[in-house]
Design a protein around this ligand. Structure first.
Ligand code: GTR
Length: 395
């Protein structure tokens, strides 16, 4: 099967020369910016004033983030083939479960397991894509919770796409010259699952959601930033390299040195050059969030998960919201904090489904998505959304 639509939407722009790996010398020469960098500031020193200028600026920021942080995504494969292994009704429910294998890349050499859960009815159903199958089968309770709200779930194994180690299997074997990190490779995996989902008549292509937990949340955030087919991006407890700020590290949080000590292969090979000088990053993680605007974005955070920098995730929410405000979409970015530890639990899924009901189906929901857990934190940036000189779009 060939899906030409996929070619336009995601990574064509990501494979340009600009997104290749930077030299160490180049990184050391980047200017130090102590506050969170102003995403509206153009290379000519002027600030963005129109939606069209933001589009151009967004492309530059996307290239910088891939170049300096994650590395490029693998090439567009053009072809995704899915084999059905089994179909059954999930015991004790009315949910259909399809066990599939998705193959893609050169000679279809990249493969991943994929479970697709479909609620009863005709559809088309909004769908949540998750890449955390590597951590074990999602619980039937969570699948039921999702299906009862009328959503399908596609759960794939990101570690099939690329191993969570320095080993060069999966996309690294299929594309021997590929030098991006695991988070970029895994994000590409989300995009390939979406290539398949958009061909299914019972899936609502306008309501595709991506989520994931922890390293899977970092991946979901990057996947959402790099593919406009995604209507809602929902990283959970994603922390360092995800929703967490590099320039604002809350107490006990993982920083760039800590993450690279354990997982250097998650990022572009020279990301370590920013250790001890994160102020040379031309962006911070608010910029990654801002790339998603005006599409919907919800980050779910746990107050007991200090390692994942919940206060720093609030900061990136506040800063990215300036871009949403500029685009007339300030309600489309949200953050939800809960008590408790690092996990992806029923409360997190409820928050996501509430936000999706509101943002993608226009339903009224009781929950609010702009409640700060750290209202007194001083903002580590001085800039705000510029005044637009073009006709602002009405949300
Ligand atoms: C930790 C890592 C975090 C987070 C977490 C996870 O060891 O330091 O950044 O990714 O693993 O994915 O569970």
């Amino acid at each position: 099967m060939l899906f030409p639509g996929a070619l336009i939407a995601s990574a064509a722009v990501l494979m340009t020369g600009m997104s290749q790996i930077p030299t160490l010398e180049e990184i050391h020469q980047l200017p130090a910016v102590r506050e969170l960098p102003d995403p509206f500031l153009k290379p000519d020193g002027e600030r963005v004033r129109t939606a069209q200028e933001w589009e151009a600026r967004r492309r530059q920021l996307l290239e910088q983030i891939l170049r300096y942080e994650y590395g490029p995504l693998p090439p567009e494969p053009g072809r995704v083939v899915v084999e059905e292994i089994a179909t059954r009704i999930l015991p004790g429910t009315d949910i259909m479960e399809k066990e599939l294998v998705l193959r893609t890349g050169p000679d279809l050499a990249v493969r991943t397991r994929l479970l697709l859960f479909i609620p009863p009815g005709e559809g088309p159903f909004p769908v949540v894509v998750r890449g955390d199958l590597c951590w074990g089968r999602i619980s039937t309770d969570i699948v039921t919770q999702i299906a009862r709200r009328g959503y399908a779930l596609a759960d794939f194994d990101r570690v099939d796409i690329a191993p969570d180690s320095a080993e060069r299997a999966g996309v690294y074997r299929a594309y021997p010259d590929y030098r991006g990190g695991r988070l970029a490779a895994w994000a590409w995996g989300y995009h390939r699952v979406i290539d398949y989902l958009v061909t299914l008549p019972y899936i609502d292509v306008k309501r595709i959601i991506v989520t994931g937990h922890s390293r899977g949340g970092k991946t979901a955030l990057l996947a959402g930033a790099t593919d406009q087919r995604i209507a809602l991006t929902a990283p959970n407890n994603s922390g360092c390299g995800g929703a967490g700020c590099y320039r604002f590290q809350g107490e006990g949080s993982e920083d760039i040195a800590a993450i690279l000590r354990n997982f250097p292969f998650w990022f572009q090979p020279h990301f370590h050059a920013f250790i001890g000088q994160v102020e040379r990053l031309p962006f911070d993680q608010h910029t990654l969030k801002a790339l998603i605007a005006p599409r919907a974005l919800l980050s779910t955070e746990a107050l007991g998960d200090l390692w994942a920098n919940p206060s720093g995730s609030q900061i990136t929410y506040q800063a990215a919201r300036e871009v949403y405000t500029f685009l007339g979409a300030s309600d489309r970015i949200g953050i939800v904090f809960r008590q408790g530890p690092h996990e992806h639990n029923a409360d997190d899924w409820n928050a996501l489904l509430d936000f999706a009901d509101w943002q993608l189906a226009g339903k009224t929901v009781a929950r609010r998505f702009n409640q700060l857990a750290f209202p007194d934190l001083p903002l580590p940036y001085t800039w705000r959304a510029p005044t637009r000189i073009d006709a602002p779009h009405t949300p």
